[in-house]
Design a protein around this ligand. Sequence first.
Ligand code: NAD
Length: 268
Amino acid sequence: MAASAVKASLGRIAFVTGGAQGIGRAIATRLAKEGYDISIAEIPSGVVRAQEVKKEIESYGRKAITVTADIRDPKQIYSAIQETVETLGPKLFVSVANAGVTQVKPLLECEPEWMENEVRLNLLGLMNTHVAAARQMVKQGFGGRILGAGSIASYRTAANLGPYGATKFAVRGFTEAAANEWAQYGIRVNAYAPGIVDTPMWDHIDQELARIENIPVGEAKAKRVKRDIKLGRIQEPEDVAKLVSFLVSDEGEYITGQTIKTCGGASL
Ligand SMILES: NC(=O)c1ccc[n+]([C@@H]2O[C@H](COP(=O)([O-])OP(=O)(O)OC[C@H]3O[C@@H](n4cnc5c(N)ncnc54)[C@H](O)[C@@H]3O)[C@@H](O)[C@H]2O)c1
């Protein structure tokens, strides 16, 4: 275990939205291995998968709970944080606003309801999660670490992912604003910005691109991995978890307000 890992006796807690699969799951299990008790917030369809993650975390000797919350609804976020500290103790130290979604469509085909859904989840969901977590951290009085899901799309939008890119640009802005206001409370706020990560989200993107480009399923992803990723392999969710682990640790003590790319050079 790294020297900077949380001491088990502190019983510190990490809250992760969308922690049942993909990047959220990798972050939740990594932080558990480093000594955090974990609260996983998921929508009802993710609860069974979240229970499996809970079991894995318990096998590392840590506590874990799953809370049902759709982060598009601020009330459910506040309840989830409340349930987390009531069950695991008032020691929330890390909050990861990870849940996100994308549609894959040319802008001219984007329906208003879908664009609104992406804004409510990727942006408002993240903003409300950050504020709810920060309120709890300020109340506790010993600082904290807040992380959010950005993307290489926080810096450059991609074709057929327009509204998604716009929400991720905004994540970068909100990360700066929150870091600026909450440094005085010992809260550092950053975002991770992955590239092409091997998760169900990218399987969905691949399937939609296959339809748009009229190519076999699997080809759009394979083409982009080969063309864009300079380090020569698709990104694993654990690659993102490594960055999050660093940012929450004391090794990241001088870093705040940043949206940090971890993408194998895909943005170059
Ligand atoms: N996969 C990538 O290549 C990639 C790249 C850059 C950024 N990201 C970002 O990382 C984050 C995680 O991506 P992923 O690939 O692991 O996604 P994923 O789709 O594989 O998993 C997302 C999880 O969020 C949950 N979720 C969905 N809607 C929710 C809601 N309303 N409330 C609570 N939970 C909800 C889902 O049930 C699921 O478990 C997202 O914000 C995504 O935009 C992903």
